[in-house]
Design a binder for this molecule. Structure first.
Ligand code: PMP
Length: 429
């Protein structure tokens, strides 16, 4: 029989996976490597039966809450009918129609299996449509594990903009293909966009970058600068989609991009990616163009599979229930206010940032508005805090430092977190 005690799981995981982690990130000390066996609501249980309060929620993919009955019912009904046909099916059609209904940018859509692919396809389409190679991203933004996502993600050299800094080995082309601007600095972005207009295919932005909100006018300014310079605007809505509003950042901030990428919350926890855009851009992936210069390759074995799309259809129906966004935003305020109160009570200087159901602590005395101002904070202390919370049975990603609430969290769960937050601040002091 295979042993599943925590120690043996940790040892087996360290033998099987680099860093003992199956899917990447976390960067856990080896004594904290464990496996989760079960989840319900906002709780997870490891293979030893220890209960964790989940503040990661599948890196935000399980916004509906773990084992949400509507999603369980949908995937249970679909499973006996087959998990993948690699072809159009009713749930895929229903989900695409619903996205089109609420996201003005998505006149046409296609499915893929992850957010990484969705942002990659948006960039490829932009390059194909505009016939230009460069993409501009904002320093510190993550767009998935593709080249753009991992370049200037955790830079340390403070290079002059728009020079990119590689965060990952094995991505040399990114130096040639990318330009980097400081988030929330519309003047800097505007001047790079107009200077490089001849080479620049698109600007890609997380409308809410990690947990840092856009300053008034920033997204509107980007929209304007892109339009003026013939550059496409891509919204990476992998996090913001269905989370900041049912219509995502487009609805929440009132700015409409040319292309948009989705993932995470769309699938209710099931693997999914989707991307959409103006019809004339999206039509480039239509296969009758193959062989022509106006054709962009796109294909995904798992894209639009009926299992994930059944989960997505159910997740969307949950988001449409009355009170969803009031709950997420009310609880987000409750969490951030509570964290600020704990900081004050413990005499700790830090910034609490985030919007809607997202929060992050940055140990800096100064306001945070972009990557460099965030990096001025005490990162080592941030990590120590995350690890102290993890040891105190709050499940989160210590490399990410972002906390995700879900529809399954309530004030009692947040109170529990705040208590452990206070204790962890002492431990991580
Ligand atoms: N874009 C953003 C803004 C993300 O936060 C992430 C994942 N954390 C991705 C893209 C990539 O999504 P995935 O991990 O599904 O490939």
């Amino acid at each position: 029989m295979t042993e599943t005690t925590q120690a043996s799981v940790g040892e087996r995981a360290l033998a099987a996976f680099p860093g003992g982690i199956a899917n990447g990130e976390y960067g856990l000390p080896h004594d904290l490597v464990l496996a989760m066996e079960r989840a319900e609501g906002c709780r997870l249980w490891d293979t030893d039966g220890n209960e964790f309060l989940d503040m990661s929620m599948g890196w935000g993919s399980v916004l509906v809450g773990h084992a949400r009955p509507e999603v369980v019912a949908a995937v249970t009904a679909q499973a006996p009918k087959g998990l993948n046909y690699a072809f159009l099916n009713p749930p895929a059609l229903a989900v695409a129609e619903e996205i089109r209904r609420v996201a003005p940018a998505a006149e046409r859509l296609r499915f893929c299996a992850s957010g990484t692919e969705a942002t990659m396809y948006c960039q490829r389409l932009a390059r194909g449509f505009r016939g230009k190679e460069k993409i501009l991203k904002f320093e510190g933004a993550y767009h998935g594990a593709n080249e753009t996502g991992v370049t200037s993600l955790f830079p340390s050299k403070n290079l002059n903009f728009p020079e990119p800094e590689l965060t990952s080995a094995g991505t040399p082309a990114a130096v040639r293909q990318l330009l980097v601007a400081p988030y929330n600095d519309i003047a800097a972005a505007r001047s790079i966009i107009s200077e490089y207009a001849d080479e620049l295919a698109a600007v890609i932005v997380e409308p809410l970058q990690r947990c840092t909100a856009p300053m008034p006018g920033f997204l509107e300014g980007l929209r304007e600068a892109c339009t003026e310079s013939g550059v496409l605007l891509i919204f990476d809505e992998v996090v913001t989609g269905f989370r900041l509003a049912y219509g995502g950042a487009q609805e929440f901030y009132g700015v409409i991009p040319d292309l948009v990428a989705y993932g995470k919350a769309l699938g209710g926890g099931a693997p999914i990616g989707a991307f959409g855009g103006k019809a004339e851009i999206m039509e480039m992936v239509a296969e009758d163009r193959l062989g022509g210069e106006d054709y962009v390759w796109q294909a995904s074995t798992l894209g639009g599979n009926p299992f994930s799309c059944a989960a997505a259809e159910a997740a969307l129906s949950v988001y449409r229930q009355p009170g969803t966004y009031e709950h997420l935003f009310g609880l987000g305020d409750y969490l951030r206010d509570g964290m600020r109160r704990v900081l004050a009570d413990t005499g700790t200087t830090a910034q609490i940032i985030g919007a809607g159901p997202l929060a992050q602590v940055v140990f800096s005395p100064d306001p945070v508005f972009d990557y460099r101002s965030t990096k001025k904070g005490d990162g080592a202390r941030g990590r120590a805090l995350m690890l102290a919370l993890f040891r105190n049975r709050v499940f989160l990603n210590p490399m990410g430092t972002k906390l995700y609430l879900s529809l399954a969290h309530d004030e009692a769960a947040v109170d529990e977190l705040l208590e452990r937050f206070g204790a962890a601040l002492g431990d991580a002091g």
